[in-house]
Write a protein that binds this ligand. Structure first.
Ligand SMILES: Nc1ncnc2c1ncn2[C@@H]1O[C@H](COP(=O)(O)OP(=O)(O)OP(=O)(O)O)[C@@H](O)[C@H]1O
Ligand SMILES: [Mg+2]
Length: 392
């Protein structure tokens, strides 16, 4: 069943007819609250064009915590990128134009499908933060060469794994000095990891430094500049990751292009290492050195996945050539497209902007195919621990 909220009766009637028979209609806030309480199993709320945007955003922000399975679809007279950004950040699943009934029906069907995947228990808030049943799979995205596409991949993997709110994903920017997650997602870093420096970290403190993004994705942002970044200790990073594991189903970590102590800590605490390269000799050489370093550090081979970004670049190297150079198999091929920087400049990951784009499809197939398998036990990484103990 679906709840439709539209204060103008004629509009309410119009959309109720369009949505079919399984609709409870509310024309006031009180009606809406009553219906939500009366029908806790309802999985979809449609907010009509007459609902004030601030009310819609506040409601979505509240529901993402109290009823995460509830999908909110917002109807607006005009839809633009700015509106999409704020709506998705507040937890609204879909925004559709008022004059496009087909888009509305398709959005409702998609939203119900996501809610269905969450199962009935989720409708009662069982996936709230702090339900210590969570034991996140921790995924670090790394490349020793800058500009390979780490942040692009990490942000899009996070959105893909969240599947519109079906799963809780924590995206952590460990590129502490020059982090780009905030800018790529158009987030204002009001609270960052630095706000936890010198304090006893617990779940409440970690929750207070999260910046929510879209449905299912919350971020821990890097500080605004390198000076603040220096205050973040390796111990704080370890604590953030340990607490995040209890709060999310997936933790995705973006990294700088160096083996910093923070990166080594993340690699040590991760279940999966996603190593990125592009099809050019410097990037491939750096990946080969990275793989050798991983071997030296005893980081298990079975936890590694290699992603070839810009895989279709015509540079005279075939996939076989590349696998021969790096002496390891490639798990995913992400094509090159000018739509990627365009989406970055708009501050919306291509996965949200255009879910059917070949770049989105390849990243989603990789994320859902390789990263959602059951969390393997984490084996202590002896070589890496020795290195960290020496305080390199
Ligand atoms: N598949 C792709 N097609 C086209 N452009 C891409 C693709 N992947 C990444 N880019 C572009 O490459 C640039 C670098 O990407 P990104 O910032 O994700 O790399 P990075 O590895 O995080 O860089 P840094 O090491 O500086 O943190 C961006 O401008 C992005 O738009
Ligand atoms: Mg980056």
């Amino acid at each position: 069943m679906t709840i439709l909220f539209e204060p103008h009766r004629r509009e309410a009637q119009h959309f109720a007819v369009l949505l079919g028979s399984d609709v409870h209609t509310a024309t006031s806030g009180e009606d809406l609250l009553r219906l939500l309480a009366e029908y806790p199993a309802d999985q979809s709320v449609i907010l009509g064009p007459g609902v004030d945007l601030s009310v819609a955003l506040a409601m979505a922000a509240e529901c993402r915590v109290t009823r995460p399975a509830l999908g909110i679809v917002l109807i607006r007279e005009r839809v633009d990128v700015g509106l999409l950004g704020v709506a998705l950040r507040s937890g609204i699943r879909e925004v559709v134009p008022a004059n496009d009934p087909a888009a509305l029906l398709a959005a409702c069907a998609r939203s119900l499908e996501v809610s269905r995947q969450l199962g009935p228990a989720a409708g009662h808030g069982s996936r709230r933060f702090g339900s210590s049943a969570m034991d996140a799979k921790v995924i670090t995205v790394f490349a020793a060469k800058g500009g390979c596409g780490k942040t692009t991949l990490a942000t899009n993997i996070a959105v893909a794994l969240a599947a519109g709110g079906a799963h809780r994903v924590g995206l952590i920017d460990l590129d502490l000095a020059f982090g780009d997650v905030a800018i790529m997602l158009q987030l204002v870093p009001e609270r960052t990891i630095v706000d936890a420096v010198g304090q006893h970290l617990d779940e409440t403190l970690l929750r207070s430094i999260l910046t929510p993004y879209t449905s299912g994705v919350d971020t821990v942002l890097a500080p605004p500049g390198p000076a603040e970044a220096e205050r973040v200790t390796r111990g704080l990073v370890a604590d953030v990751l340990e607490f995040a594991r209890g709060m999310f189903e997936y933790v995705v970590i973006d990294t700088p292009p160096q083996f910093t102590d923070h990166v080594l800590t993340a690699l040590d605490l991760s279940h999966v290492h996603v190593l990125l390269t592009t099809p050019d000799i410097p990037a491939l050489k750096n990946l080969r050195i990275t793989l050798d370093t991983f071997d030296l550090l005893d980081l298990p081979k079975e936890q590694r996945f290699i992603v070839l970004n810009r895989s279709d670049a015509k540079v005279g190297l075939t996939a076989t050539d590349i696998e021969r150079v790096i002496r390891a198999p490639i798990s995913a091929y992400v094509p090159s497209s000018r739509d990627v920087p365009v989406s970055i400049n708009r501050g919306v990951p291509i996965m949200l902007d255009n879910p059917h784009h070949p770049v989105s499809t390849s990243i989603r197939e990789f994320a859902l195919g390789w990263l959602t398998t059951p969390t393997p036990p984490r084996t202590p990484v002896r070589g890496l621990r020795r290195m960290l103990k020496r305080g390199r």
